[in-house]
Write a protein that binds this ligand. Sequence first.
Ligand SMILES: Cc1cc2nc3c(=O)[nH]c(=O)nc-3n(C[C@H](O)[C@H](O)[C@H](O)COP(=O)(O)OP(=O)(O)OC[C@H]3O[C@@H](n4cnc5c(N)ncnc54)[C@H](O)[C@@H]3O)c2cc1C
Length: 243
Amino acid sequence: MNTTDHDVLIVGGGPSGLSAGLFTARAGLETLLVTDGDPILRRNAHLENYPGFPAGVSSGLLLEMMEDQAERAGCERREGRVVDLRPLDDGFAAETAAGETLTATAVVAATKNTVDFLENIDGVGIIDRGKSFVETDDRGRTGVPGLYAAGRLAAQPYQAIIVAGHGATVGVTVVEDSDVDLYHDWVVPDRYFTGRGRDLPPGCEEIDDAKRRRREAESLAVMRDYFAEPHPEEPNQHPSVED
Ligand SMILES: Cc1cc2nc3c(=O)[nH]c(=O)nc-3n(C[C@H](O)[C@H](O)[C@H](O)COP(=O)(O)OP(=O)(O)OC[C@H]3O[C@@H](n4cnc5c(N)ncnc54)[C@H](O)[C@@H]3O)c2cc1C
């Protein structure tokens, strides 16, 4: 019997952690994301290389939209700093700076270059290149079953779209390594599979035209709200820059 509180614990709420949480939550895994402090992307002044935004986008706005999307999918997000991680028989126990213990079957570390909370886990390969990174296979698995690293922490190139994509890869990998049956996380037109005699594959959804139009209308309304006004938050300056 599984005794952990969550299926998945994501540590770090930048683009990689948020994407990982989006995919694990959409697959039905009970996902908790714990994060402390602003993602480094908040230092970006205007994000102009993230596909889908031809004239660029405020990084603060993009992060807000990513947070909302993960939350809509069912990924719970909390503020907190993970200071220690220890193995359990069927997962991991994470301790936060506030003294809380969080348990999960799988853990995704997405903390950029922060590795101190991993020191009590045997078998994690830490790469030291001035900054610390975690060794993984090409799907984000570390040397410890159930423990994954995503984004910059997994030595991915330092661009938001790449770490977000890597977070998604790791999220899907966590799902594939779990008991959940997944073909693809896809929404397709009505009868796309069933209309040719195939069962609807796990993770896929067929929607008819009325449902598609309703969803598109909701999407347009939501996006109008996001883009109605400039994002209120200024980018973060490097802490060493003098006023
Ligand atoms: C000045 C600047 C400008 C940039 N401009 C661009 C750009 O124009 N285009 C582009 O593509 N990329 C840009 N980037 C790079 C982009 O920001 C990164 O690639 C991306 O943010 C990395 O995402 P991540 O999820 O791996 O890490 P992060 O975004 O840093 O997220 C990690 C999160 O984990 C949290 N965390 C750390 N330790 C813990 C812990 N122990 N417990 C809980 N939470 C923890 C951190 O506080 C943070 O919120 C820029 C970066 C900088 C510094």
